[in-house]
Design a binder for this molecule. Structure first.
Ligand SMILES: NC(=O)c1ccc[n+]([C@@H]2O[C@H](COP(=O)([O-])OP(=O)(O)OC[C@H]3O[C@@H](n4cnc5c(N)ncnc54)[C@H](O)[C@@H]3O)[C@@H](O)[C@H]2O)c1
Length: 450
């Protein structure tokens, strides 16, 4: 007897940004029939041509594959979502200056979904939000716009997005997924959908617990980065190498998982999610000072880089004014094109204010995005950036900076100084070649003494 063909899961992903597009394409690649809905026409057109506006290794190839096999397409037509069992919300949730999330995009998405909601559908929120948003903000909007009843007619769930940019396609298949649904039946259906991607499933008792977990994930990371940055500050004033200390402290000692310090924390998540948690807790009567201090520590790191540039140049009888400084790496994260909240911009602004002549280099950031944010163009190759420079500042840990040809770079530079904000260079090697050098938590004096 012929085997009955497995029916495809039907999914609509609302918001085709950094999170939505890799998710939609991965679900389609795992066999689901997926439509991606976005308000922005340029995104829909681009995606339907097989071009990704998000740099994720493996994304564009997989996008082309699922467009070709018919499992995926993008649309601007909201009524299409009526035909899909699952509707996943992946719109943006920026914060205001106090750290409180602006839920306009979630609100407008929920209204549109509500207007198109049909009995039996499941709405899954993936955007990062304060606890209770799924149950007390999204569900009522859906009920009001649809006239349907949560539980009797449709289900809801919160499934936090835990991938990191640059690894999304791999991590979507492997990471543990947390599911908090409105009822058991919905939880089972959502579990089946996400199981098709791969990775372990952890079901929690409610959407609100899953929402808290997402905020805890990012707060944990941000606070631990701040701790590593404080260790670096201590190492700096004590004249010691923090990297040697961290690597040795972590080795074969499970209780330690000390992170690596750096030039600052950027991106749209770590810079806002801890503040959301602090804000909602404060509103409910409990202040969270550690979280706020951690944010402050991380925000101050670009200024540390600026101070290192100033002191290294001073040692070399130069001032920032009229020095040519090349910033290597502009995005907030390694090997991605995302410039949101990037520490490189703060470093740039501080140097610019002092009258430096700044050259920008990043092979991942899109030229138009660089020009929009920095109001200046990036140069296209590394040698051009280094030519006649007085100082190189490594602001992002793009893989290519691990392989810098320092000998050649030294020949190109006017004053061979390097500030390594991401631990990409072996200080001994740079100093042996005749560079002046400073790193975060890696003072030159320590390496000279050795
Ligand atoms: N970027 C990350 O690495 C990351 C990681 C984990 C969680 N998150 C969370 O995921 C969410 C999405 O983040 P992102 O970085 O993908 O945002 P993004 O800004 O890149 O993408 C959001 C997309 O939603 C679209 N959109 C907005 N309102 C819409 C509507 N009403 N209907 C249809 N489309 C709409 C926008 O046009 C845009 O394309 C945020 O809540 C963020 O905090 C992001």
């Amino acid at each position: 007897m012929a085997k009955k063909a497995k029916s495809k899961e039907k999914v609509c992903v609302v918001g085709l940004g950094f999170i939505g597009l890799p998710l939609a394409v991965s679900l389609a690649n795992s066999g689901a029939e997926v439509v991606g809905y976005d308000l922005r026409r340029e995104i829909v057109d681009r995606v339907n041509k097989g071009q990704s506006h998000v740099f994720e290794p493996g994304l564009e190839e997989t996008l082309r594959k699922v467009l070709k096999n018919g499992n995926f397409r993008a649309t601007q037509l909201a009524s299409e979502m009526q035909k899909y069992k699952f509707v996943i919300i992946t719109v943006g949730t920026p914060t205001d200056s106090n750290g409180y999330p602006i839920l306009d995009q979630v609100e407008s998405a929920a209204k549109t979904i509500g207007e198109n909601l049909r009995k039996g559908q499941v709405v899954i929120l993936k955007s990062t939000v304060p606890p209770l948003t799924t149950e007390e903000f999204v569900a009522p909007l859906l009920e009001k716009a649809s006239g349907l009843k949560l539980g009797a007619d449709f289900g809801i769930a919160f499934v936090p997005e835990r991938t990191i940019e640059g690894q999304a396609m791999r991590e979507l298949k492997t990471l543990t997924k947390v599911i908090g649904a409105s009822d058991q039946k919905t939880a089972k259906e959502v579990e089946k959908l996400f199981k098709s991607l791969g990775g372990t499933i952890v079901k929690v008792s409610s959407p609100r617990i899953a929402e808290l977990i997402k905020l805890m994930d990012n707060t944990y990371r941000d606070t631990n980065i701040a701790l590593a940055n404080e260790f670096a500050k201590a190492a700096n004033v004590l004249g010691l190498d923090v990297i040697e200390a961290i690597q040795a402290a972590n080795k074969d000692y499970e209780r330690n998982k000390i992170l690596i310090p750096g030039a600052g924390v950027g991106g749209s998540c770590l810079t806002k999610d801890p503040l959301i948690l602090a804000h909602v807790s404060e509103k409910a009567g409990e202040s969270l000072p550690l979280i706020r201090v951690a944010r402050k520590v991380n925000n101050e790191m670009p200024e540390k880089i600026f101070n290192l540039v100033r002191s290294v140049l001073k040692r070399n009888k130069r001032e920032i004014r009229n020095s040519k400084i090349a910033i290597l790496g502009l995005t907030f994260k390694r090997d991605t094109n995302d410039l949101r909240e990037t520490p490189a911009k703060v470093i740039y602004d501080l140097l610019n204010r002092e009258g430096a002549q700044i050259v920008l280099y990043d092979r991942f950031a899109f030229p138009e995005d660089v020009e929009k944010l920095f109001k200046t163009k990036k140069v296209e190759n590394l040698e051009e950036a280094c030519k006649n420079a007085d100082c190189l500042v490594i602001a992002t840990d793009h893989s290519e900076f691990r392989e810098l040809k320092l000998k050649r770079i030294k020949e190109l530079m006017r004053t061979p100084c390097i500030i390594d904000g991401r631990h990409m260079i072996n200080p001994n090697f740079a100093l042996d070649l005749g560079f002046d050098f400073e790193g975060i938590g890696r003072p030159k004096e320590y390496f000279e003494r050795k």
